[in-house]
Design a protein around this ligand. Sequence first.
Ligand SMILES: Nc1ncnc2c1ncn2[C@@H]1O[C@H](COP(=O)(O)OP(=O)(O)OP(=O)(O)O)[C@@H](O)[C@H]1O
Ligand SMILES: [Mg+2]
Length: 712
Amino acid sequence: METEELVMEELLSVEAEIQDVQDQIKTLFDRQEKLEERQSELRALLEACKASGSPVQGSPSTTSENWSGPFQWDSEADDVRLNVFGIPSYRANQREIINAVMSGKDVLVIMAAGGGKSLCYQLPAILRDGVALVVSPLLSLIQDQVMGLTALGIPAFMLTSTTNKEVEKFIYKALEKGEGELKVLYVTPEKISKSKRFMSKLEKCNHQGRLSLIAIDEAHCCSQWGHDFRPDYKSLGILKTQFPGVPIVALTATATGKVQYDLMEMLRIPKCVKFVSTVNRPNLFYKVREKPSVGKEVIDEIAEFILESYSNHESGIVYCFSRKECEQVSAELRTRGISADYYHADMDPGAREKVHTRWSKNKLQVIVGTVAFGMGINKPDVRFVIHHSLSKSMETYYQESGRAGRDGLPSECVLFFRPADVPRQSSMVFYENSGLQNLYDIVRYCQTKRQCRRAAFFKHFSEALQDCNGMCDNCAFSNEIIELDVSNYAVAIVSLLKDVLENDQRLTMLQLVDKMKSKHKQLGSTLKKEQLEQLVVQLLLDRVLKEEFQHTAYATNAYVTVGPLANQVLQGKKAVKIETCNKEKSKTAGDVKTVKHRLSGLESKLDELRKELSSNHGGIFPHSVLSSQQMSMISTEKPNSMEELEKIIGKLKAEKYGDRILEEIGKFVGSEDELPEIEASKEEEGSSDKRASKRLKTRKNVVLIDSGDEEP
Ligand SMILES: Nc1ncnc2c1ncn2[C@@H]1O[C@H](COP(=O)(O)OP(=O)(O)OP(=O)(O)O)[C@@H](O)[C@H]1O
Ligand SMILES: [Mg+2]
């Protein structure tokens, strides 16, 4: 070979190596950046914990104060909790938080969705003299809470754009002069940032020592790093400045360390006592199902799931990616006999309110919504949340799936995942702060057929791992996972993309997969289309490929191109594998009994009664009369006196509804239609799935349904 050719050859390989080293340097720089970000988060967390002296989840308490008590208000607090709120016992951290607020401390509460954050400020609001101010971001959330408190006889009001002049006058007088019954006042953050008149009334109220506490609900909205930033929350720091002696309690369900630090800064409560409860929702069963590429088949599967598992009209939510899909899916579900309606931001507020109310009153089984059906939906008995497409991040998915099972009863969260949905989301989020990274985290959650779904949440919220108790598909169904080495396909994909790039062309994911399909037909390709799509997504997650975006007049197109680690695959330095599960195997091995909480005979009678009573009592919600938990306790214990009933639902509700409830129980007990308790079947005791039988033991009145066909 000529010298020149030799030199040229060596030059090419040196250049290729330089490119490779540059890629590795870029990867290391990226890694360094992520580590530095994590470092600052952890430093902030450490600092905040030292400052607030409160235990971070899982670590022994470091504060000198012991917030569990005893305190002089304990008996009064217990009395109000049971007899006003009808709540028999505190959940984790609630008592301690209430005691810290009652002691006048600023408090930060990180507590799972449905965990019971409202009680943590509503109960002190009743115990302390004066008016409690609650800042909440959504009218629907405020209306829900004002209605709930009013139904309990607590003088709660809202001062928002919808408040009429008369009520506004009453509120201002109550603030300024202490006239009239005003105990809890709800406002949106705009009221604080925009209304000088309101702030002056608040100052007068505080000046007379009648501002009892300030609660900031959904406090993660303060932080840009949170998933739901609202600019008006930024001005809430004024509250600590203007009312330094008034305890502030900030509450949220989702806040990573960075967001926690951010909101303590924003609200100027750096020395607050912090209570971080687990993000775990042990009663939720997480599942990811392969989403068929044919739209109608997806709806068939969703309809089948609802009709089969929730034929008792149990409430549910279906989240869709777009407004159009919402309307389509809702219409299709109706044609399959499911009472469903849609909810999205394009609808006028009245129509949205109507759908939300019909669903809250169980007149509608399923709401098909976009992300607009968001925060503050706190119907406690939502039995399933289905995602027709994946969410944009782990936090968003945690929030949306967290709307299920707020009453603590078993509920299901099902996500239909198809790789082709990734570019639909990525072209929407790529310009947001770490938008792509956040999306790829939930794509990783969807792709894995091995990792516990719950573990992904613990990792995302940097919380120690906890046992899943078989409450996710990857833990419950012992699928046989087969790892396919697809390195040769990966090399072919990278080479194809390099060629395309050289001809100055671009390919979307679907175009790339089609090209691969046709190209590999000759090579007798064994990979199915879905597996090729799964491989492309895996290569994106592994940074072998990357997405690029281009705007057109109507849309943003997501293209796939070579990523920083492409050469490592080309040079055989990086093996590529995809997980696939052996469907047949998992059918037999994974037939875990799905435990469903079905209403027993008496419970369904009580369910009818609470619907009747709620409509008689001016449109409050059925669950405000009796929660699912109270119904289940009543049907288990069958109290036959007012005193016994009071122990379950408290004095106030017993006074209001006790006669009717006792009458219902009397009618039911001894009647021939009382259902025998369904004991866990014997073979279930000995079943390989200990978890299922353990779950069974803790649930009364459950009906066992063979879930053989409910594979992920
Ligand atoms: N100690 C308790 N025992 C039983 N039920 C409770 C308890 N505390 C609160 N609840 C009920 O749990 C449900 C959820 O409470 P709440 O609305 O306060 O949750 P949250 O933490 O605000 O949730 P989100 O983060 O979704 O807003 C409500 O129906 C409430 O009445
Ligand atoms: Mg809440």
